[in-house]
Design a protein around this ligand. Structure first.
Ligand code: NDP
Length: 278
């Protein structure tokens, strides 16, 4: 199978463009799902304290026989731990649960502008400590809007390496993506398949799937990759874990990419980052 390309982050660190997401995988199912992903060839796992399965992610990696340095692991600061002292404790617990002495990427999970007096900058500066200490090889944010990023830019010397935001053909996020790209912040697309469901039976997606001989999920993941975004679809089904990995042996035409982008309806599956309170 064709290898997964790396994206080079603004601090020079490479990240595999395709990873495996473990949101809503129950802890007792996580080690097996992650083991299947690693056997398939995934070398990037996206977890979070909120998902309750960091320990099982770490166990599967330890058991895989791979070196720690072969797998890129992201975790995220939970919404209740934004105050600097809480963030330090939460980060240590994340490392302990994973069984690692560093993570490849650590993110602020949500900006929570309506909590903590709207102060996500102090939280960010705390992540910058972890970065300087080498315990987080890169740091970034998730669910940040352009105006949140502008504030970080104005008030901190450390730029986020990524912004992990909801993106799918039904929510193309063109303006926010352009902002990130212009500011050298790599874009990570969460829920890239719009959580399964109606996107995967959309007539336009199915037409392109028929024409390319790939599945609707593969077509949608390929669309993300051709736009340059980083993706980590989730599945607990081994056949789908393999299917979602098999997207580097075909290309979409420019017309197909445009046709999929035209499906945009500004439709979120998750909360609005400007009002979400955790
Ligand atoms: P996805 O868009 O990855 O969709 C997952 C759903 O689609 C599951 O129900 C899965 O079912 C189904 N599915 C997966 N592959 C296929 C396939 N080939 N054909 C048909 N159905 C399929 O949604 P997620 O919300 O899980 O997002 C992916 C990752 O993004 C998360 O795991 C997490 O790492 C991250 N994320 C981050 C957020 C943030 O706030 N930063 C928020 C949400 C997600 P099944 O398991 O039964 O196969």
């Amino acid at each position: 199978m064709t290898p997964v390309p790396d994206i080079i982050l603004n601090n020079g660190q490479p990240i595999p463009q395709l990873g495996f997401g473990v949101f809503l995988i129950r802890p007792e199912e996580t080690a097996e799902a992650v083991s299947t992903a690693l056997e398939t060839g995934y070398r990037h796992i996206d977890t979070a304290e909120m998902y309750g399965n960091e320990r099982e992610v770490g166990e599967a990696i330890a058991k895989s026989g791979l070196s720690r340095g072969d797998v890129f692991v992201t975790s995220k600061l939970n919404n209740g731990s934004h105050r600097p002292e809480d963030a330090r404790q939460a980060f240590s617990q994340t490392l302990e649960a994973l069984g690692f002495d560093y993570v490849d990427m650590f993110l602020i999970h949500w900006p929570l502008p309506m909590k903590y007096g709207g102060d996500f900058v102090s939280t960010w500066e705390t992540l910058a400590e972890f970065y300087r200490e080498g315990r987080a090889r890169s740091i970034g944010v998730s669910n940040f809007q352009a105006h949140h990023l502008r504030r970080l830019h104005a008030q901190s010397d450390v730029p986020p390496a990524v912004n992990q935001i909801e993106i799918s053909p039904y929510l193309t996020q063109d303006d926010l993506r352009v902002f990130c790209i212009e500011h050298q912040i790599a874009v990570e697309a969460w829920s890239p398949l719009a959580k399964g469901g109606e996107l995967l039976v959309d007539p336009e997606v199915r037409r392109i799937a028929n024409e390319t001989g790939k599945t609707p999920a593969q077509v949608v993941l390929r669309w993300h990759v051709e736009r340059g975004d980083i993706v980590f679809p989730k599945s607990v089904k081994p056949a789908r874990i393999r299917e979602n990995f098999d997207i580097f042996d075909f290309e979409l035409s420019g017309d197909d990419v445009a046709a999929i982008s035209a499906l945009d309806r500004d439709q979120r599956t998750g909360p609005d980052p400007d009002t979400f309170t955790g």
